[in-house]
Design a protein around this ligand. Structure first.
Ligand code: BGC
Length: 508
């Protein structure tokens, strides 16, 4: 799923398949799933920096932001549990929903699961846009989070099963691309709505999430379920008919037989999560978990969630802060394109290592500038220095967007063997949500207590994760899935120790 690039990576065999209208419509649906997730990531930071929103739901924070310089600690203006809960509750709900989603995607199918997601999104949007109390606001975020949990499990799976093999890898990163577009749209809309007179602009920002929510729901009603899901649930004839329709050919027998076989093998595995813990499955499991933890410890979501608040903290007015977030959002989108273009040319490791250096340098410069110029109760930061901070944030975001952003999702999806791929995907998504929650819930408090040191904290982690990549992450560029064990794990200086046991079947 998730969130971002969550599809299952391509198989080596190429079947006859045209890029039919059904496939194109499905890609557009995926776009709405990704957009929705991205919109939710991006919208909260903007609305929490709008005075009318703060005044209504977080009066204590509003008071602090209104005090004059010197009256209070610059770094702590926004340090408020409830404000953090507004952002983080979504991820807590998404994490919980993922467990249910892994059941419904199997038992009810991808289509029904997307429909469930769409309904949660619509309910959440209505609650948020019409909120008259903090409770309504948080309940709305929880409902949106449930939508994210269901959508991020079902949409990528749906996509990977419906796409012809040759475009599956690209679709994987496309999902992440849609997430970044969703974030940018939210930044742009926040910039526009903050100018609405009368202080209800935030309602428009929150209500506009209804557009992708509605499209996802409509899409889920209109499309057929995937052949894999139909066959897995025993609807063999319907599955074959849908396969013919989406591939635009009568000649689907070879692919049909492969799906049948894959679903037989998948059903033989009685305990996929237990299977995941078997010795030879540990390397991809450890890699998937560590990549998710590290992805969040880059500090990216401190920027995605709280950029306007951060820019406000360094002394920008509300308008400039929102405007700067639009710039970082645009950098995020454009740099993801770099990844789509280069991931299969220069490889995963090279992108991650280059980004490690760039992220480390950018964060260290941010920390030094804030350390020198932004004291607890005095802000000596000149306009020029504040602009350098924005530039360094852009440099950090761009390197994340062509490395840890998409690759954090792509690599797990291509290293798990078939029989543990879906369980592996659930674990990947869950770990991501847990750490996204942790960052969302703690960043503003960490900024208050660690001050500029928070950026040294993240850069320290960037160093650790780059060493992890250097020594422990194998290159998977251009390796067919079926040859992953032979060509990657068995050749790796460390992971080969786990490969001596050739039994890959469920032990129980
Ligand atoms: C991450 C999100 C992040 C986004 C930024 C995704 O890969 O999982 O947490 O907000 O990238 O573009």
């Amino acid at each position: 799923m998730p969130a971002a690039g969550f599809s299952v990576a391509p198989s080596a065999v190429e079947f006859e398949a045209k890029i039919t209208p059904v496939v194109i419509i499905s890609c557009m649906m995926a776009a709405t799933g990704g957009l929705m997730f991205g919109y939710d990531i991006g919208v909260s930071g903007g609305v929490t920096s709008m005075p009318s929103f703060l005044k209504e739901f977080f009066p204590v924070v509003y008071e602090k932001t209104q005090q004059h310089q010197g009256d209070d600690n610059n770094y702590c203006k926004y340090d408020n549990e409830n404000l953090q809960l507004f952002t983080s509750s979504l991820y807590l709900a998404a994490l919980t929903a993922t467990f249910f989603a892994s059941y419904t995607t199997r038992a009810l199918g991808r289509k029904q699961t997307m429909l469930i997601a769409g309904i949660f999104f619509i309910v959440g949007t209505i609650l948020n846009a019409s909120a008259v109390s903090l409770l309504m606001l948080i309940l709305g975020r929880i409902s949106l989070g449930c939508g994210v949990g269901f959508a991020n499990q079902a949409v990528p799976l749906f996509l990977s099963e419906i796409a012809p093999t040759r475009i599956r890898g690209a679709l994987n990163i496309l999902f992440q691309f849609d997430v970044t577009i969703g974030i940018l749209l939210a930044n742009l809309i926040n910039y526009g709505t903050s100018k609405i007179e009368g202080g209800w602009g935030w309602r428009v920002s929150l209500a506009l999430a209804g557009v992708p929510a509605f499209l996802l729901t409509l899409g889920a009603i209109l499309v057929d379920d995937t052949p894999n899901s139909l066959i897995e649930r025993g609807h063999l004839e319907k599955g074959k008919a849908v396969l013919k329709k989406i591939r635009g050919t009568e000649n689907v027998e070879p692919e049909y037989l492969e799906i049948l076989e894959a679903s037989r093998i998948a059903q033989e595995v009685k305990h996929p999560f237990k299977n995941l813990l078997m010795r030879q499955n540990r390397p991809p499991l450890v890699i998937a978990i560590m990549l998710q933890i590290f992805q969040q410890l880059t500090g990216i979501n401190a920027i995605m969630f709280y950029a306007p608040v951060l820019f406000n903290t360094v002394g920008f007015g509300n308008d400039a802060a929102l405007y700067s977030s639009v710039i970082t959002g645009a950098v995020n989108v454009l740099s993801t394109l770099v990844s789509i273009y280069s991931v299969d040319k220069i490889g995963r490791r090279m992108l991650l290592l280059e980004a490690g250096v760039q992220m480390f340098v950018s964060q260290t410069i941010i920390a030094v500038l804030l350390g020198l110029k932004l004291q607890d109760s005095a802000n000596d930061m000149s306009r020029g220095m504040a602009i350098v901070v924005v530039l360094m944030v852009c440099s950090f975001v761009s390197s994340f967007a062509w490395s840890w952003g998409p690759l954090g999702w792509l690599i797990p999806s291509e290293t798990f063997p078939l029989e543990t791929r879906s369980a592996g995907q659930s674990v990947t998504v869950c770990v991501n949500m847990v750490f996204t929650f942790v960052i969302a819930q703690s960043f503003l408090s960490m900024l208050c207590h660690m001050k500029f040191g928070i950026f040294l904290f993240f850069s320290g982690w960037v160093l650790v994760m780059s060493l992890f990549v250097l020594f422990l992450l194998p290159e998977t560029k251009g390796v067919p899935l079926e040859e992953m064990t032979e060509k990657v794990w068995k050749q790796h200086w460390f992971w080969k120790k786990f490969m001596d046991n050739t039994d890959t079947k469920d032990s129980v």
